[in-house]
Ligand binder design. Structure first.
Ligand SMILES: Nc1ncnc2c1ncn2[C@@H]1O[C@H](COP(=O)(O)OP(=O)(O)OP(=O)(O)O)[C@@H](O)[C@H]1O
Length: 368
């Protein structure tokens, strides 16, 4: 056998046979391979994933290793370092320049667990290594501060470049701002649409978010002026619709979906999360009782040809943790943790696919 030397080019050639399963292009073309080092019988390189929450990272790693063994040498040791650089499809504009993805979390009707899902998705994304923020724009009951045990905190103001900026609260590693921070906890302020829209604009224009991979927006249930304000103020990467499997919830979720699809709004639907998909008693983690019906989220996803990102069971601990001021994924119930982690990974995956495949989003122009 002739002498075969491994060099960087050969490593790149071998890795150009490995496809990113979602983006359907090879890792070299996608610019995902960095820092190749060739040592004695050893190859090292970094794979830069599109999100730290990538559900396919182990598969990609295995495929890279297999490609090196197949195309270069079966004996070479392969050391792969995985990192992530979350992608964006936003034109960087004057507002929130360091925020890569804005994700609207919406529901057709109230009480389906939209805020609970937002809080836990945020925490699961943060745990994967992403930089995450939340804007709680739910005027019907701003519950994010309570779910994060932050109801008594107050955002501070810092002057910067001749302007006063709001600093988001930081709790459990997540930056957040809520319409609830603008009113004392026990006051009965009734938020009217225009006031809330004004507040939302401030949360984008006058708030120092710094660098974020994902900024989740907890919207009021149904359709409202605030939804319009959101899409007119910043480019929105996509929307997630939270529903329960119940018929009445699904009917409203369809309206919510239809709103985002309207031509003048045109926000891509990243997928559906079915909350309270079944009841699982804490002491019987393998049992599932379909008390609100079964398969509703999947049939909605099928009807609109969008992914079902996750199914979250109804678990007493989810409610208790929320009431006690922490997202339930901070506890150790594997049923809850797995459900939210899977949903967060699917969401991050859809964001990456969307960023790779669609045009950049712009804020919606107001027709006058
Ligand atoms: N999967 C779940 N298991 C157990 N309890 C849940 C679950 N999801 C939500 N809850 C509980 O249901 C109640 C309503 O949830 P949440 O406030 O998140 O709903 P929402 O859709 O944001 O409501 P709204 O937008 O109308 O304020 C809360 O007490 C929450 O703790």
């Amino acid at each position: 056998m002739g002498e075969f030397t491994i060099n960087k080019e050969k490593v790149l050639q071998a890795l150009s046979t490995v496809e990113e399963p979602d983006l359907k292009k090879d890792l070299v073309t996608l610019g995902m391979i960095q820092d190749i080092e060739v040592g004695v019988n050893q190859v090292r390189f970094t794979v830069v994933l599109t999100t730290p929450a990538c559900p396919l990272k182990e598969l990609i790693k295995r495929n890279c290793e297999a490609a090196i063994h197949e195309h270069l040498s079966p004996d070479v040791e392969v050391v792969i370092n995985l990192t992530a650089n979350v992608t964006t499809s936003r034109h960087s504009g004057p507002l929130i320049p360091g925020v890569k993805n804005v994700i609207a979390i919406s529901s057709g009707k109230g009480g389906v667990g939209k805020s609970t899902v937002t809080a836990n998705l945020a925490m699961a994304l943060h745990r994967s290594g992403a930089k995450v923020g939340i804007i709680d724009a739910d005027i019907s009951g701003p519950s994010i501060p309570i779910m994060f045990g932050a109801q008594d905190m107050q955002p501070t103001i810092t002057p910067k470049d001749g302007k006063n900026y709001i600093n988001p609260i930081r709790q459990y590693g997540i930056k957040m701002i809520s319409i609830g921070f603008l009113t004392p906890p026990d006051s009965a302020v009734v938020w009217r649409g225009p006031m809330a829209s004004q507040a939302l604009k401030q949360f984008f224009g006058d708030t120092d978010w710094g660098e974020l991979d994902y900024l989740l927006i907890d919207l009021p249930p149904g359709t409202s002026d605030i939804h319009l304000t959101l899409v007119q103020t910043v480019p929105v990467t996509g929307a997630v619709i939270v529903t329960t499997p119940q018929k009445v919830a699904l009917a409203d979720a369809i309206k919510g979906l239809a709103m985002f699809k309207q031509p003048q709004i045109n926000v891509p639907i990243l997928g559906i999360i079915e909350n309270m998909a079944w009841f699982t008693p804490e002491e019987l983690p393998d049992h599932q009782y379909f008390i609100f019906g079964k398969g509703g989220g999947q049939s909605l996803a099928d009807k609109f040809d969008v992914p079902l990102l996750g199914q979250i069971p109804l678990v007493q601990g989810i409610r208790e943790a929320g009431d006690e001021g922490r997202p339930a994924v901070m506890d150790t119930n594997p049923v809850v943790n797995d459900a939210f982690r899977d949903a967060a990974e699917s969401l991050a995956q859809q964001v990456a696919i969307r960023n790779a495949s669609r045009e950049k989003t712009r804020a919606v122009e107001i027709q006058v």
